[in-house]
Design a binder for this molecule. Structure first.
Ligand SMILES: Nc1ncnc2c1ncn2[C@@H]1O[C@H](COP(=O)(O)OP(=O)(O)OP(=O)(O)O)[C@@H](O)[C@H]1O
Ligand SMILES: [Mg+2]
Length: 228
């Protein structure tokens, strides 16, 4: 296969739970630096697709290639490296309540074995970019939903991922907080990070220029039009 600028390729990918297909025969190519919305009604397979990409679910049929690596054949050591290339963001933020904002972000870098000096600098940098530098000593339950999500995005960005995968990142936020979160994600996208967001929010999607919208219905890919 000729190499090109694609960072993610799916070849006839299906996912079955028992006899039921959550995704069926999905072929898709995502270029480096693209901004993609994964759109579609509830149960369409959006979360399933993201889970297969970040290796939380296995593929039933077909192949997924990320950064030239076949996810089905990847060695354990490469798997750990590949996981670090992904930054994950979820609807319910998944912050640790009894850790400060600073520690929530620092934890991923500590696990990755980074040095304390680097960690301090990096954590403060991503939190400043998120406009959260005044809340570094706060605990997540003391923050609004929008603030918590911006901390979660900062945490996802701290490891310098090349791909951001977000599952309904604005699903529990009001319109203003949702836009602030999107603006923050967009800052990183503009630096070249590939972004894939599963979302129901048609308004948010239509406001995001130059994003590609991918529509899933009943596990089947409907279109991959570029929005203008
Ligand atoms: N662990 C599982 N076991 C069995 N079926 C599952 C499992 N996870 C998902 N499914 C089924 O796969 C289909 C796709 O689910 P998925 O969560 O990907 O949809 P979605 O598009 O993310 O929906 P939503 O917009 O509600 O989040 C659904 O029919 C769902 O019931
Ligand atoms: Mg979902």
């Amino acid at each position: 296969m000729k190499s090109n600028n694609s960072i993610i390729r799916l070849f006839n990918v299906s996912k079955r739970y028992g006899a039921k297909y959550a995704l069926q025969d999905v072929s898709l190519e995502i270029q480096k630096g693209e901004f993609v919305f994964l759109n579609g009604p509830t149960g369409a397979g959006k979360s399933t697709l993201l889970k297969m990409l970040y290796l939380a679910e296995t593929v039933s049929e077909g192949q997924i290639i990320v950064n030239g690596m076949n996810l089905a054949r990847i060695s354990r050591s490469k798997l750990a490296l590949l996981r670090r290339r992904f930054g994950m963001i979820f609807q319910d933020f998944k912050l640790i309540s009894n850790r400060t904002v600073f520690d929530n972000v620092a934890l991923v870098l500590e696990v990755a074995g980074e040095k304390p000096g680097y960690i301090r600098k990096k954590v403060m940098h991503v939190l400043r970019t998120a406009n959260m530098e005044k809340k570094v000593h706060s605990y997540p339950p003391m923050l609004s939903g929008g603030e918590q999500q911006r901390v979660a995005v900062a945490r996802a960005m701290a490891g310098n991922p090349s791909i951001i995968l977000a599952d309904e990142p604005t699903g529990s936020l009001d319109a203003e907080a949702a836009q602030a979160t999107m603006d923050f994600i967009m800052k990183y996208h503009e630096k070249g990070v590939t972004v894939i967001i599963a979302s129901h929010d048609i308004q948010l999607i239509s406001r995001t220029v130059k994003a590609r919208s991918i529509l899933l219905k009943d596990g089947i890919l409907q279109n991959t039009a570029t929005m203008l």
